[in-house]
Design a protein around this ligand. Sequence first.
Ligand code: ADP
Ligand code: ZN
Ligand code: MG
Length: 478
Amino acid sequence: MSTEYEAVIGLEIHVQLSTRTKMFCGCELSFGDDPNVHTCPVCLALPGVLPVPNAKAIEYALQIGAALGCDLSPVSTFDRKNYFYPDNPKAYQITQAATPFAVNGRLGDVRIHHAHLEEDAAKTIHTGGAGRIQGSEASLVDFNRGGTPLVEIVTEPDLRSGAQVREWGQLLRATIKQLGVSDVNMEEGSLRCDANVSIRPVGSEELGTKTEMKNMNSFRFIERGIEAEVARQKEIVASGGTVVQETLHFDPATGELHSLRSKEEAHDYRYLPEPDLVQVIPTQAMIEEAKASLPELPAARAARYEGLGVNEQAALLLSFEVDWAEYFEGVLESRDGIDPRVAANWVTGEFAAELRKQGDIPLAEAKVDPASLATLIGLVNDRKISHGAGKTVLESMVSDGADPETVVAEKGLEQISDSGELEKIVIQAIEDNPKPVEQVRSGNEKAIGALVGAVMKAAQGRADGGEVNRLLRQHLGL
Ligand code: ADP
Ligand code: ZN
Ligand code: MG
């Protein structure tokens, strides 16, 4: 019998804080400016300078810790992590190793080991000969990013698949976005995620040897990278080998994994306490403020929507973006008695799809206000128009902000409510379609679909499906 293996994954997520200035100096944070314009003696590590912590960064960090349900440390300290590389002019990074500002949290199903504050490295750009230094390979360093405040969030190894990592990662990103303390833009690098991956026999509590995948810039890529790595590890073990600890790069273009360095080449960071900075001792008031200032977070909001009867997927979609949540709640408030489940399906389904179809219109620029969408949902729900006609109306609403009732009147989309009129169409359809009628009468009830189609066509979509069915059955003697 072959042993079954499960994946075990822990994440380390770096979040750039969107403070105005850097972690230990007054340089402005920027993205996309000319290189090396936001620098000073402190973030360039000229001799004799001293760091001064950014109070706003500490405040933002405490908010993240509180949102992740962590214990906020009454005392936290800074340490030096030593390594030599051009992105790091001091030859050490200021971080928190021994006593981070937040410990023991949880988000969804995943426990948070801790979160700590640190400074970002500068950005290195390897030109490969094609860059500004013509004809020669060069590595350029842009110190604008150097010293940007980062919060690193370290999870327990509680995740079990690439898909779970993607979903949880999206929840984490939505949560931090809601706090307004970071742009959490993975493409621009303001949210970066390393995944630690191992496998173990199902049922075992021990951890296997892990590999670490660095810095992928989308949760889709991380998902694929993890799946590829888990498959690779399972193959190694199945063929009698052992997984070796190494750092890997996943190339989303080719789907291949490359080794960046092995355990032997791993750094010894020689952590030591940072002597130029005092301990961080947040006041009780700061800690309480961090907790009290928390808005309703996506996980709580999704749970509240599910409590209203909204299905899980729609609840998550609506909760992850504040503007969608507000839109949905606007729809609910615009119309008494509207079914939240139906409203959520229209907002995340038909409406979102129509915005995409008409050129990826952002919600903020949509011409349809929540009240108009609520009116449309009401028209369909009250069977004034068919669902199909509802979609036609929505198309006009999205393209030119039309009023739903006006569109219904102009296009003559109102359902045939006069049952005499509908009955005539039904009788005609039975007369015109002897074949399916024959099939239905000889016991094949499914053939009624052809008759429903014929009636719908004759009624130009303005008939209610349930009513058509009822009338057909009545006239066929079913
Ligand atoms: P290291 O000492 O190599 O930095 P840590 O214990 O500090 O490792 O953990 C770093 C991250 O790796 C955490 O997110 C943790 O959950 C995860 N991790 C640790 N061991 C494993 C393992 N065997 N398999 C998967 N993830 C792991
Ligand atoms: Zn500076
Ligand atoms: Mg570690």
